[in-house]
Each structure stands twice: as structure tokens, then as C-alpha cells.
Design a protein around this ligand. Structure first.
Ligand code: NDP
Length: 355
């Protein structure tokens, strides 16, 4: 009789990071085939509600959990909704970790974020600094709720330590920097910076192409001379474009989260980030996006900064030294390649993607 495969339950399995984990697990079935991965969305259970959380955990009886589900959003959605971000994420996290404990889940990896670190700090930020001062005002609700995951991980471990390390379940967390990739939320108003810029660039490139087509029709009709082949599109960046970020491609993050699930046994969090030298400004990210659309649509882009809009945190440079100690040779996808494949996915899935 074949042995029952252990279940890995992924909360938030329908989101950007969850879909990336699904794709890595499917591609590397030889490595992960001994486990049965279940990817949950809010349709399976609203994790804000304890009874729904309990029902879905009891249904699958997981031996490990990757906990990604969260109320997530960009700067502008956070600014207006700190209370909802705090309460929703506190409830989800408390319910999920409580069920992990009640069902004796052996390993739970939850997701924090680099934007939860203290606003006034020294750089680079590392894992020891999560609680060393208030977070940036723009997203304090999200940040404090996320920090409490680390508190819960420590409290469960202290309270229920087994007689040996092997008997003690590991509840830990990862701290990714800004993630981008296929299946992101490309909404123009409440997305993160990269998908938001991609959507704006797409619409502008389309419009430029449409204008060019109409102009060419007129030129043919009135037998006019052709003026220009390369139409102009515009990409408006909110703020000065100066803030700097370490962007991580979702597929790289997925591979790292799976490594954490099977190999990292500290309760303390671990930062999952590209190297410090790979940090780029929002203006540089915009250029990469504009260039990719230029090639794809044969339009030229003008990038405009809307300095009336808020910039958010200027930088949050994170050190990946701890990760590099464990995985010195891990190769991250270069950002131009990651941006290009995300744009390819976005264009191919425009009608159905989240936007
Ligand atoms: P997404 O917004 O893409 O996905 C969120 C996921 O959470 C979806 O699967 C969603 O389900 C689920 N979810 C939301 N609310 C509930 C709820 N009440 N009950 C059950 N499920 C719910 O998020 P990401 O994939 O981008 O983020 C994953 C994790 O990584 C989050 O914890 C986030 O805080 C963290 N993170 C993300 C970063 C980023 O740049 N994106 C950066 C750093 C950390 P449904 O699809 O049904 O709505």
C-alpha cells in the first residue's frame, strides 16, 4: 500500500506568491512530488473567520503550512486603510497559527515584509531589527500586524517547546522585499509599484498604437506624406522616482520559500532578498518597463514624474547576509529578464488577469 503523502497547505495560494510556488512545485515534481500541496484562496475559507479557518485546516490536516494569505496593497491603499489592514491581518494570522498549533503542524512558514521595519533606522536592515522602532506611518496597520506574526512564532515556541528539538514544531517567518511577477495585482489604483507601472505603460502604448493606426489611415486617404513611424507613449511615475527598492522576482521567491520550508529551522525570520547592489530606483524600474513595452509595441516612451504624489519610504535596503550564509550560490533572475517575462505574461493574460 502506498504511504499517504504529507500535505503542505498554502494559504493565499491564489495570489502572486502562491501562484509562483505552485508553478515551481509543478516544474520540480521530482523534488516535491512526495508532498501533496493544497493551494487555498479566500473562496475556500475566509481566514478572518475562525470557524472557517478551522474547517479548512481540519479538512486537509496539513503537516506543514506556508502562510501567505493577507490583506495586501500598495502605498495608496495602505494610507487610507490602516485600521482594516491591522484588524484583518491580525485576525487571519491569529486564526492560522492557532490552527497550526491545534493540529500539531510541524512547520509553518509565514510571510512578513521589509516594509514593516522601523522607519528611522540604519542601513542595511537585518533580521534583528524588526521591532526596533515604529514603522513608516503610511502602512503602520499592516506593519504592526505582520510584526505580531514574529511575536506569535516565539510565543508558541516558548510555550510548547518539546523535550527535544525534533519534537518542537517550527513556526518561523520569511521577510521578502518587493515582489513582482505573473499573477500580480495590476490594478491602476491599489497595486504595488511595478504592476501599476506596467498597466499604465500598456494602456499608453496601446493608445499610441491606435493613434498611429488612425493617422496612417488618414494619411493614406488624403494621400499625405507619412510623418513618423514611432509613436509616443507616456508613463507617469507617482512621486519623484527617487525611492529605491530591492525587487525580487516571484519565481525566485517561491524557490526560496520552498527551501525555507524544508531546510531552515530557526524561529527567527530570514530576509529573502536580492543583493544590496541590485537595489534600483523607481525611475530605473520605470525605464526598464518602458523599454520592454517600447520593443514590444514599437513606440517610444516619455517618462513623467508626478511629484505631487507621495513617495513613501525613501529606501529600505535589506541585508541578505543570513540567506547568503545558507545559500551563497543562489542565482536571482536579473530584473530586466524578470520585468520582460512579467510583461509578456501580462500582455498574454490582459483580459483575465487581476486589474
Ligand atoms: P496577493 O494579494 O497576490 O494574494 C493574497 C492572497 O491572500 C490571495 O490568495 C487571497 O485570496 C488571500 N487572502 C486575502 N484575504 C484573505 C482572507 N480573508 N481569507 C483567505 N485568504 C485571503 O498577495 P501576495 O502574493 O503578493 O503576497 C503574499 C504574502 O507575501 C503576503 O503575506 C504579503 O504580505 C507578503 N509580501 C508581499 C510582498 C509583495 O510585494 N507582493 C512583499 C513582501 C511580503 P483571493 O485570491 O481569494 O483573494
Amino acid at each position: 500500500m502506498s504511504e499517504k503523502r504529507s500535505v503542505v497547505l498554502v494559504t493565499g495560494g491564489s495570489g502572486l506568491v502562491g501562484k509562483a510556488i505552485k508553478s515551481v512545485v509543478e516544474q520540480q515534481s521530482a523534488e516535491y512530488g512526495d508532498h501533496s500541496f493544497v493551494f487555498l484562496s479566500s473562496k475556500d475559507a475566509n481566514l478572518v473567520d475562525f470557524n472557517e479557518t478551522k474547517r479548512v485546516f481540519e479538512k486537509y490536516s496539513p503537516s506543514a503550512v506556508i502562510h501567505l494569505a493577507a490583506m495586501v496593497g500598495g502605498l495608496f491603499r495602505n494610507l487610507d486603510n490602516n485600521l482594516a489592514f491591522f484588524r484583518t491581518n491580525m485576525q487571519i494570522n491569529d486564526n492560522v497559527l492557532r490552527m497550526c498549533h491545534e493540529l500539531n503542524v510541524r512547520k509553518c512558514v509565514s510571510c512578513l515584509s521589509t516594509c514593516i521595519f522601523p522607519d528611522k533606522t540604519t542601513y542595511p536592515i537585518d533580521e534583528t531589527m524588526v521591532h526596533l522602532g515604529p514603522p513608516h506611518d503610511s502602512n503602520f496597520g499592516y506593519s504592526y500586524a505582520k510584526r505580531m506574526i514574529d511575536v506569535l512564532n516565539k510565543a508558541y515556541t516558548n510555550q510548547y517547546k518539546g523535550k527535544s528539538d525534533e519534537l518542537t514544531p517550527v513556526f518561523t517567518s520569511v521577510i521578502p522585499t518587493n515582489v513582482y511577477g505573473p499573477h500580480d495585482n495590476f490594478n491602476l489604483h491599489d497595486s504595488h509599484v511595478i504592476p501599476g507601472l506596467m498597466h499604465k505603460a500598456y494602456l499608453s502604448a496601446k493608445e499610441a498604437k491606435e493613434k498611429s493606426k488612425n493617422l496612417k489611415c488618414k494619411q493614406v486617404f488624403f494621400k499625405m506624406n507619412f510623418i513618423s513611424d514611432l509613436e509616443s507613449a507616456q508613463l507617469t511615475v507617482y512621486g519623484t522616482g527617487k525611492p529605491r527598492r530591492q525587487f525580487i522576482y516571484s519565481i525566485d521567491l517561491a524557490r526560496l520559500i520552498l527551501w525555507v520550508l524544508f531546510n531552515y529551522n530557526e524561529v527567527d525570520p530570514i530576509i529573502l532578498s536580492v543583493d544590496e547592489k541590485d537595489e534600483i530606483s523607481i525611475a530605473e524600474a520605470s525605464k526598464l518597463i518602458a523599454n520592454s513595452f517600447s520593443r514590444r509595441f514599437n513606440v517610444k516612451f516619455e517618462i513623467v514624474e508626478d511629484t505631487k504624489m507621495a513617495d513613501g519610504q525613501f529606501k529600505k535596503t535589506a541585508s541578505n547576509k543570513k540567506l547568503r550564509t545558507y545559500l551563497p550560490d543562489f542565482k536571482f533572475t536579473p530584473i530586466d529578464e524578470g520585468v520582460d517575462s512579467t510583461i509578456e505574461w501580462f500582455c498574454a493574460n490582459y483580459d483575465t488577469c487581476r486589474k
